[in-house]
Ligand binder design. Structure first.
Ligand code: ZN
Length: 64
């Protein structure tokens, strides 16, 4: 099973789903969109109980 994490650039606010390999690349080379430096805190693990999509409300606070 591949571990997928969500990268949110703190500079351009782009959200990208990446795997372990991509994560390390971004940490080294920066955001693939704007090349801003990325830190470990910009990544969020996506596994859990499949509540990523929201639906039943709760923590979905993003505008779009
Ligand atoms: Zn960026």
């Amino acid at each position: 099973m591949l571990t997928t994490v969500q990268f949110t650039c703190s500079d351009c606010a782009q959200t990208i789903e990446v795997n372990e390999e991509m994560r390390e690349t971004i940490l080294e080379a920066g955001c693939p969109v704007c090349t801003a430096a990325a830190s470990d805190g910009d990544f969020e693990a996506e596994d859990g109980d499949g509540a990523v999509d929201g639906g039943s409300g709760g923590e979905a606070s993003s505008g779009r």
